[in-house]
Write a protein that binds this ligand. Structure first.
Ligand code: FAD
Length: 116
């Protein structure tokens, strides 16, 4: 029952949040207006202040300062998000994700058809 739905732990929150962030990047416009580009930059800056894991948020703010959100188009923004996620992967000792496959993972499905 819904009584067994519990608050998210750090890893569940992370998985759900990456799902949202990468999917948002996957459907970001190919030709965004200047306003859309600025809004998405602000979105990521504000996101980094409120992400509900304090030390995660602090590190993410530092990452964003070093490598500002590249919101010029869908490709550049999805690649930027992939780099941000890979920084966390490296910090946690996980394998890096191959960013050339980010649209397969989050938008189109794998080229072998396994998501169709
Ligand atoms: P996740 O890392 O959650 O990834 C989910 C799926 O995304 C993977 O299965 C893979 O298919 C795909 N994926 C993996 N890497 C990439 C990539 N580079 N680009 C695109 N897709 C990819 N946890 C901590 O312990 N310490 C932290 O400081 C920390 N900081 C975080 C900061 C942010 C902004 C977020 C959103 C999460 C953070 N987390 C942190 C959580 C952590 O990143 C993971 O979500 C959590 O450890 C669960 O990992 P997972 O192995 O289930 O896969």
């Amino acid at each position: 029952s819904s009584h067994n739905d519990c608050p998210l732990d750090k890893d569940e929150l992370g998985r759900n949040t990456w799902g949202f962030l990468h999917t948002m990047a996957a459907y970001y416009p190919d030709n965004p207006s200047k306003n859309e580009q600025e809004d998405m930059k602000k979105m990521m800056h504000i996101f980094s202040k409120f992400y509900p894991c304090e030390y995660c948020a602090e590190d993410f703010q530092q990452s964003i300062k070093r490598d500002e959100p590249d919101t010029r188009n869908q490709y550049s923004f999805s690649q930027w998000m992939c780099r941000m996620h890979n920084e966390v992967n490296v910090k946690l000792g996980k394998a890096k994700f191959d960013c050339s496959r980010v649209n397969e993972r989050w938008r189109d499905g794998w080229n072998d058809g396994s998501c169709d």
